[in-house]
Write a protein that binds this ligand. Structure first.
Ligand code: ADQ
Length: 451
């Protein structure tokens, strides 16, 4: 099988170690375990060094480049996280456009292309990931790269009228013409993107490929983790109370303030649950250099303090809040122990935590997933209790429903979702995408189609 070249903003360490938070890495690690692979991207470090650092183990090579402090500021903190991320999550009000940042973003994409091109082999298949690298395929084509290029968008794509508010949106869309196949998480994202492309007269092939997880392996890991010391200590600290659990990167797309307000509404409107439930929300700090993220942290610290101040008893703290990273293994154990998972993003491409929670549950006594109707995962998880995450009252009602749900109904809902997850598996996503890319008829890399 020909080599696969993955390009993503960040590249994980060659040997996985320590805590890791981020859906893109998690999904790709599962997907590409067995193939000969070159993984190219940013090291996560800032320096003036130009040349890539290359390291290999087995059939796998990672090549990473550092960004200069200025590149990092314009490309990553500026255009990617200050403009594209909020826009793609329908939050135009939080977005800030600066032309210098857009230009810096394009320059970094060109640099990626220049440093990747010499590493390519003729029969490579190139798979680019996520919005950071929208213009990369076009930059590669400009350098004469003719290999098949696929692109997967991990995050949502908003309605075209909203996307059009982005200055120079047309140039961005035209660059996508260099791609042989574009994948999205949901049919809605594919529709929005196809519409936007059509309005610009760009023809590109767009398909739907929902990211999955390895449900059986995750379930096994969770069962093991739940019997470890740290999980036992945690269980003892709950003193028999029901556990409500949320775990997300500390990101405004995840709906965290609305979620804790929903929990507060539960305590207010259904006082019978006071003292009987504990809500643990873990949200490791992410993108701390971006103002909106620092503001969110302050808002959450204050909200949590206020809610606990209002409802805590001397021997019961209703809301436990941590911004420290959690080991993936520990996280799996906690997901298994949780009676209820609160997964309420305002918008999310897929949301793997929702799938991991279902995979982690004990079949004989499964917990209840409360899931935002605006997570990509909501299309697949029919057994979940769906909520509009903008309405704390609705979250409170869903929590009350979940706490009171009879075991037969819990089992029935869980079984439906688990079977579907297990059937799709983790590698189905990449296998289907790569097979479609292989077949992709429209090939702009073919004669005369690109420049
Ligand atoms: P994310 O926005 O990072 O991913 P998500 O899909 O939930 O969101 O993935 C997060 C991953 O990191 C999960 O595997 C989770 O277990 C892990 N994680 C979360 N919090 C953690 C913590 N505190 N400590 C350790 N690990 C933690 C992006 C898109 C999503 C899309 C994925 C994959 O935003 O919509 O589902 O990519 O395509």
């Amino acid at each position: 099988m020909a080599r696969l070249v993955i390009v993503s903003n960040r590249v994980p360490p060659l040997k996985e170690s320590g805590p890791m938070a981020g859906g893109l890495t998690v999904s790709l690690e599962e997907a590409v375990k067995r193939r000969e692979l070159l993984w190219f991207g940013w090291s996560g470090e800032s320096s003036d060094r130009r040349e890539p650092r290359i390291a290999s183990t087995g059939n796998r090579t990672h090549a990473v480049i550092d960004l200069t402090a200025q590149e990092h500021k314009l490309y990553y903190a500026g255009f990617c996280n200050g403009m594209l991320w909020p826009l793609l999550h329908y939050r135009f009000g939080l977005a800030q456009f600066r032309r210098a940042e857009e230009e810096g973003w394009r320059a970094v994409n060109r640099r990626f292309a220049e440093q990747l091109a010499p590493l390519l082999r003729e029969d490579d298949t190139i798979w680019i990931h996520d919005f950071h690298l929208f213009p990369l395929a076009a930059a590669l084509r400009d350098l004469g790269v003719r290999q098949k290029i696929g692109f997967f968008l991990h995050v949502p794509f908003p309605p075209p009228a909203l996307f059009a508010a982005l200055p120079r949106a047309a140039a961005l869309l035209r660059d996508l013409q260099a791609i042989d196949l574009i994948g999205t998480q949901t049919a809605e994202d594919a529709e929005h993107l196809s519409d936007a492309l059509r309005r610009e007269g760009v023809s590109a092939q767009v398909g739907v490929f929902p990211v999955g997880i390895n449900a059986e392996a995750f379930g096994r890991a969770a069962a093991q983790a739940a019997s470890r010391k740290d999980a036992q200590r945690f269980r003892e600290s709950l003193a028999g109370r029901e556990l409500i659990f949320g775990v997300d990167r500390l990101d405004y797309s995840k709906g965290l303030p609305q979620r804790v307000l929903g929990f507060a509404d539960l305590l207010k409107r259904y006082p019978q649950h006071r003292g009987k439930v504990t809500f643990l929300q873990a949200a490791p700090i992410s993108r701390g250099e971006v103002t909106q993220y620092r503001m969110l942290r302050r808002e959450m610290d204050e909200l949590v303090g206020r809610i606990n101040g209002e409802y805590a008893e001397v021997d019961w703290v209703p809301l436990r809040w941590t911004t420290r990273p959690i080991q993936r293994r520990t996280l799996a154990g906690f997901l298994r122990m949780a009676n209820i998972a609160l997964v309420t993003p305002l918008r999310d491409g897929m949301n793997l935590v929702a799938k991991e929670f279902v995979a982690a549950q004990p079949p004989e006594d499964p917990g209840v997933l409360i899931l935002s109707q605006f997570a990509g995962a909501a299309r697949e998880m029919e057994g979940a209790v769906k909520v509009n995450p903008n309405d704390p009252d609705e979250i409170a009602e869903a929590l009350d429903l979940a706490i009171n749900m009879p075991i037969a109904e819990r089992r029935e809902r869980w079984r439906m979702d688990y079977d579907r997850l297990a059937e799709a598996g983790a590698s189905g996503w990449s296998r289907d995408f790569l097979a479609s890319l292989n077949r992709a008829e429209f090939s702009p890399s073919g004669e005369g189609a690109w420049k």
